[in-house]
Design a protein around this ligand. Structure first.
Ligand SMILES: C=C(O[C@@H]1C=C(C(=O)O)C=C[C@H]1O)C(=O)O
Length: 528
């Protein structure tokens, strides 16, 4: 197990006289009405439950003696193995609105993970153990480290074992960037909420065999209670700031020339499909506030998974419609998502565009390439694979895609980790190309930037190696006052550069709205 290498101070080897986790800049509970971000509390479309923001939270009663016993066993285990060992406590708690945890969490920590999908939410703060890997073996490297960690970990408490306990993600390609190429970690405090509102708190501390710090148990409980006590309203949207600038990388005309080049290569039979992306670099006079950006996405992007991976001042955030893969109870699910069409301004126009998407031969080919790749990959590891005969339409607020659900029963569930599936599937031709090898090299040589974590896998997993990973689309990397946004389009034979450029503008718009960036460019290019 690696220690968090983002911050050189270890949470439990260098006890702080103030009793504060080095990731936690402020452990004072905040009252729900104290924050500058808070606007009226109220239900948000994703994952809101019966938690009454005005009534004050009922804090969980955590069995300190039980957790201390877990810590003592983990200390013995750590000494036996002469290596760091996790002590983890899980218990169900009263439902809490996950969106209400965003402001207090980001006020307290530089390390955070957010996952809010229509099925589940995970809000996680601080790190008890980091797994950082590089290169082509990054998926299997994290899988091996996590397995080893789970084997020696000592766990207690009445909560379910299948609760998420490892969070993070991967860059699109194994190349160095501002965030590590692969970063997953065991949060100190994790609040997971399932579709039925069942909420579980998971607390983890890492025990150093040379310096076990028993007090860390009471400290992490106090920090968790502080976070839950401060749960409040939703974050305010980002304000629009004069002086904000938008730069297109590459400029629109150059990007269209690249699309034409891709279409030309496809015409010559070099490959069938390649996804070309472009960047917008938005510079604001003030640093971006991550909860504000997430709050806007939550309020407007129904049907998507809103996510954030924040480490060391960097945050990678987005609202993606695309699931890479989930594995639960031995069943794997993925989705073939490709081809785009705008929503109509009137119901009649909307219905016409929907029918046009389903009937368009180019769109069908574009999605079929993804479906066939996923079917083939599932057949390698599943006993039976189900793929619908016809694609469906996935409607998002400002655009829509073709999609098909792919499902299968894993043939060897005992020995299959969700990370094995991530490694097999990433990148699908929805974000890479077909055939994979040739197109990835061509994309890397053609796009004038590195993709970073855009279109990479982001998600969580549990101690049974099951979990859920999304494809990090409709996303941005935030660092201080700079936001780097990404959007791409699948290019096939017959793709029109003007139409593709327009499509990227639609894909950028939700994030631009979340950053309060109105129309930009000489032709008002950013307008929805
Ligand atoms: C590449 C992106 O989206 C992917 C590409 C699509 C397309 O080519 O039409 C549609 C959905 C996604 O699979 C993106 O949003 O950046």
């Amino acid at each position: 197990m690696h220690q968090p290498d983002i911050d050189p101070h270890l949470p439990d080897t260098a006890p702080n006289p103030m009793g504060a986790d080095p990731y936690l800049v402020n452990t004072e509970p905040r009252t729900p009405d104290a924050g500058p971000y808070l606007m009226g509390a109220g239900p948000h479309p994703l994952g809101t439950g019966p938690y009454p923001p005005d009534a004050g939270p009922r804090l969980p009663d955590i069995d300190l003696a039980g957790f201390l016993e877990v810590h003592a066993k983990a200390t013995a285990e750590a000494r036996n193995n002469a290596s760091r060992t996790l002590a983890t406590w899980r218990q169900e708690i009263d439902p809490v609105d996950p969106a209400g945890l965003l402001v207090p969490m980001f006020a307290r920590t530089r390390r955070a993970f957010v996952w809010m999908s229509p099925e589940s939410s995970v809000i996680a703060m601080g790190s008890a153990a980091d797994f950082v890997e590089r290169g082509a073996g990054r998926f299997s490297g994290i899988r091996t480290s996590w397995e080893r960690t789970v084997q020696s970990a000592v766990t207690g408490g009445p909560g379910p074992r299948a609760t998420p306990s490892l969070v993070g993600g991967f860059a699109f390609a194994p190349r160095p960037g501002p965030l590590p190429e692969a970063l997953m970690w065991v949060p100190r405090i994790l609040v997971a909420r399932d579709r039925d509102g069942r909420t579980t708190l998971v607390l983890s501390v890492s025990v150093d065999p040379a310096h076990p710090v028993q007090d860390d148990v009471a400290r992490v409980i106090a920090q968790a209670c502080g976070l839950l006590a401060a749960a409040g309203g939703h974050p305010c949207p980002s304000p629009h700031l004069a002086g904000t600038t938008v730069t297109e990388i590459p400029p629109a005309a150059e990007w269209k020339a690249l699309v034409a080049r891709a279409a030309d290569q496809i015409g010559r039979g070099r490959f069938d499909k390649a996804v070309l992306a472009r960047q917008l670099r938005v510079s604001s006079p003030c640093p971006y506030d991550v909860p504000s950006v997430l709050g806007s996405l939550l309020g407007t992007r129904s049907g998507t998974t809103v996510f954030a991976v924040a480490a060391d001042g960097h945050a990678f955030v987005g609202a993606t419609p695309e699931r890479l893969v989930s594995l639960h109870a031995g069943r794997a699910r993925s989705m073939s998502l490709a081809a785009s069409m705008p929503r109509g301004a009137t119901p009649a126009e909307d219905a016409r565009l929907r029918a046009a998407l389903l009937e368009d031969d180019k769109c069908r080919r574009e999605q079929q390439v993804v479906t066939e790749m996923l079917r083939h990959a599932f057949e390698q590891v599943c006993r039976e694979v189900s793929v619908p005969a016809e694609p469906h339409v996935l409607d998002l607020p400002n655009l829509r895609h073709l999609h098909s659900r792919i499902e299968g029963e894993i043939a060897d569930p005992e020995n299959t980790s969700v990370l094995d599936l991530v490694e097999r599937l990433h990148p699908t031709p929805a974000v890479g190309g077909h055939p994979r090898k040739g197109t990835l090299d061509w994309i890397a040589a053609t796009e004038p930037f590195d993709r970073g974590w855009y279109a990479g896998p982001v998600g969580w997993m549990n101690a049974d190696q099951e979990g859920d990973f999304a494809v990090a689309l409709r996303s941005a990397h935030l660092y201080e006052g700079t936001a780097t946004l990404y959007a791409g389009c699948g290019i096939v034979a017959g793709s029109d550069p003007d139409v593709e450029l327009q499509e990227t503008r639609l894909k950028f718009r939700p994030m631009l709205d979340a950053l309060a960036v109105p129309a930009y460019g000489p032709d008002g290019a950013g307008t929805s």
